[in-house]
Design a binder for this molecule. Structure first.
Ligand code: B12
Ligand code: SF4
Ligand code: SF4
Length: 390
């Protein structure tokens, strides 16, 4: 029955939908339900070198300091379902990274949303506080699950019945007392669960899903190819499965992800960046600083930096050589400004061409040329791989 009473919760969600956010739900700004899991995860060393998670531990476990008084979190989801992304001449990247950077797009949408909510009086006296996504000191999946956006999964991804795992999360702090805005509590999460499925755990090439819902970042290809600023451990290199940036394997085998792909495709919305359309992994090896800044502008791939992308490209080419890759790897070994890229090229050459005498000689020269002992030691391991090949 329409009793003429304005429901601010419904208005807020309606405005979010009107701006193009696919999912939006409210939750109180309160310690997330998985705070204890998060702390155990840190204690068990699952965050690899992501020190910022340790530094922000207390704020993440209790985010109430994000607002001066009791407040709400408007959790939103933006879908990015699209077909798999192969680079020209081979190699893959995570689908989310093919087009526009979600940090920009979602960040801008959230700021617009905040302004519009304030303009239309949906916040009463309250203000829209910080708009955040990803790098926020918040356990986003946990808050989103509590708000009713989706359900948690064994791969740790938050799943939605329509979009599977293929959506980003972001949030806006709303300075409205949850007693006012959420008197009846948050929405119920959409129905769904992993059930007896274990496909993601079974398929993960590096066994990074160490228990249901728990990913060891140090083992995850996504961490290694995006966040790790050092060498990728030798034992993980053969398991990259063609991924030169990010990893979608646990999402691609997920029945919820597969169902989403059969129903939706947001490629047009997100576009495909020119570097994804045009550049090969051999090109990735040969970017200079200037071209990296210009041509790659706006691509989420920039997150791994020029040196990280060259490292990743070298490793993938070492496992799947193609025309021109041998020469490009030899040039990288000799000329790249980053020892990390040079070392990755050494490994790739040893793996793919280690039986060839000129390659053995090049590795030998690279070993003696390397000035920093830690990199020389790694190139020594690579040289041994080639030497062990008759
Ligand atoms: C650090 C980080 C990573 C790390 C670590 C991932 C991880 N699983 O912890 C690395 C670099 C590996 C990574 C990879 C990816 N990430 Co990431 N990542 C983050 C970030 C910044 C923090 C995550 C975090 O705090 N992890 C710590 C663990 C404890 O928290 P959690 O992963 O959220 O775990 C949840 C559950 O597993 C559960 N849980 C944890 N332990 C236990 C134990 C038990 C017993 C139980 C029952 C539950 C449980 O509690 C948590 C909350 O629900 C978030 C953004 C944010 N601010 O939250 C994005 C975020 C989680 N990542 C995202 C994405 C898209 C990815 C990738 C798919 C990217 C890719 N294609 O390469 C992969 C997926 C890997 C995977 N299977 O998790 C999205 C996820 C969207 C979604 N629908 O779920 C987020 C939310 C970014 C965003 N704003 O959209 N990521
Ligand atoms: S993103 Fe890849 S490496 Fe990481 S948990 Fe999923 S399947 Fe494993
Ligand atoms: S693959 Fe199966 S177990 Fe893994 S997240 Fe999807 S439904 Fe859950």
């Amino acid at each position: 029955m329409d009793d003429g009473v304005v429901n601010p919760q419904a208005i807020i969600l309606e405005i979010a939908a009107d701006l193009g956010l696919h999912l939006a739900e409210l939750a109180p700004l309160a310690p997330p339900k998985d705070a204890a899991h998060f702390e155990t995860w840190l204690q068990e060393g699952r965050a690899a070198d992501m020190d910022w998670l340790h530094k922000n531990k207390d704020r993440i476990a209790d985010p109430r300091g994000l607002a001066p008084a009791p407040a709400c979190l408007l959790m939103v989801g933006l879908a990015h379902v699209r077909p798999r992304v192969d680079l020209p001449e081979g190699g893959r990247i995570a689908r989310y990274a093919a087009g526009r950077d979600y940090h920009n797009r979602l960040g801008k949408l959230l700021v617009r949303l905040g302004k519009r909510l304030a303009r239309e009086g949906a916040l009463g006296e309250g203000r829209p506080g910080r708009a955040m996504t990803d790098a926020a000191p918040l356990l986003e999946r946990s808050h989103a699950e509590e708000a009713g956006i989706g359900f948690g999964s064994k791969a740790a991804n938050l799943l939605h019945p329509t979009f599977g795992p293929w959506f980003f999360l972001g949030e806006l702090v709303l300075e409205i007392d949850p007693q006012e805005l959420l008197a009846d509590g948050p929405s119920l999460a959409p129905a769904g669960s992993c059930g007896t499925c274990t496909a993601c755990i079974d398929v993960c090439p590096t066994d990074a899903i160490v228990a249901p819902g728990q990913v060891d970042a140090g083992l995850c290809i996504s961490y290694q190819t995006i966040e790790n600023r050092g060498p990728i451990p030798h034992e993980l290199r053969p398991k990259l499965s063609g991924f030169a940036f990010g990893c979608d394997i646990c999402s691609e085998v997920c029945p919820w992800g597969i169902k989403a792909e059969s129903k939706a495709n947001f490629s047009q919305d997100w576009g495909t960046h020119q570097v994804v359309e045009k550049l090969t992994l051999v090109d990735w090896l040969e970017q200079d600083d200037a071209s990296f800044k210009q041509i790659w502008q706006g691509s989420p791939l920039q997150r791994a930096k020029r040196d990280g992308l060259a490292r990743n490209a070298a490793l993938v080419l070492g496992l799947a050589p193609r025309e021109g890759s041998r020469e490009a790897l030899l040039r990288t070994l000799e000329l790249h400004s980053s020892p990390m890229a040079r070392e990755a090229a050494a490994w790739a050459l040893a793996k793919a061409h280690g039986t060839e005498t000129p390659v053995k000689d090049a590795l030998d020269r690279a070993y003696h040329r390397e000035e920093r002992s830690e990199w020389q030691a790694l190139i020594g391991i690579d040289r041994d791989i080639a030497r062990s090949d008759p």
